[in-house]
Write a protein that binds this ligand. Sequence first.
Ligand code: ATP
Ligand code: MG
Length: 357
Amino acid sequence: MTEVKKIAVIAGDGIGPEVVAEAEKVLRRTEEVFGYRFKTEHTLFGGIAIDQKGTPLPEETLAVCKSADAVLLGAVGGPKWDNNPKELRPETGLLGIRKALGLFSNLRPAVVFDCLKDASTLKPEVLEGTDLIVVRELTGGIYFGDKFRRDGIQGQEAVDTCVYNVAEVERIVRQAFEIAQKRRKKLASVDKANVLETSRLWREVVNRVAPEYPDVELEHVLVDNCAMQLLRRPSSFDVIVTENMFGDILSDEAAMLTGSIGMLASASLGEGSFGLYEPVHGSAPDIAGQGLANPIATILSTALMLRMTFGYADAADAIEAAVAEVLDAGHRTSDIAVDKSKAISTTEMGNLIVAAI
Ligand code: ATP
Ligand code: MG
């Protein structure tokens, strides 16, 4: 009998519930077609949890996530909570959940769908065949180092410190090598080893573990050069691994290759197979509740979950192929439509993808 996989579902705020509903339909469809079995459990997180439970990350939510094999998250936040004190902000909940679940890497695939090449600002011939994934370290580096002000010789100074230890670098680098092994076997390690000590350590660790992955072709790329090459030869990248701040910047740059934020999936991973999967976009309060949201980012995040946490490559392939098929047939939500008057709704898009699986 097929094992039942448990998925904690966090619909969240804004368009979160709308896009998650479509992803759940897709999950049900993969049960029918492939015989897999998923038990979903909805739990409160973010703004809605602040309103109903007085905290963005209630204990019971964390317990549901910890007892699950994976988490599917819509989006959290919105103007209603933006001016709350720190502990009552949805974003505080996001940092808390990553930490509590030990999620130290963030993966963002950037795939250019042939039929959407025109939606990008780059030339179609440059984009052709682009299918890359950015693996960003999520819990170290300058974002988490000591920050302070002090009086300097010429007045006030500000200091941010960037710290990485060998273990932190090694675990994410190994993860990236393993991801590359399952793809086109190319890894670009991005650093600034010509000036930064943390980058020199990063490069040492990469070079030390690389011989254990002899089938993966490794290149070291300086971050400024990588920013340029992403626009010049995006299709030559397979897996890019980098530290927190470089990854933050490069993953947004890579995202823009594909045209719309409504198309981009992400995964946050720790040790083992557990992962949290969510669209790259936010809660989009400006379009919430109107059926305008593109559910594809969340549906592709679900495909990523099936592939990476559960190893259900057949179902993941089928979902990705269904998305491509529906787009090829010309169906568009308004964010990716050239002629907005012909745009379809969130549920119409979801139903078409379900039917194509
Ligand atoms: P956050 O801080 O949570 O990232 P944000 O306001 O910075 O939120 P988004 O919520 O992602 O960013 O919204 C940015 C813009 O993209 C908005 O105009 C929004 O309507 C649009 N957008 C975001 N997601 C989608 C989607 N799935 N479909 C269509 N449009 C979207
Ligand atoms: Mg934002």
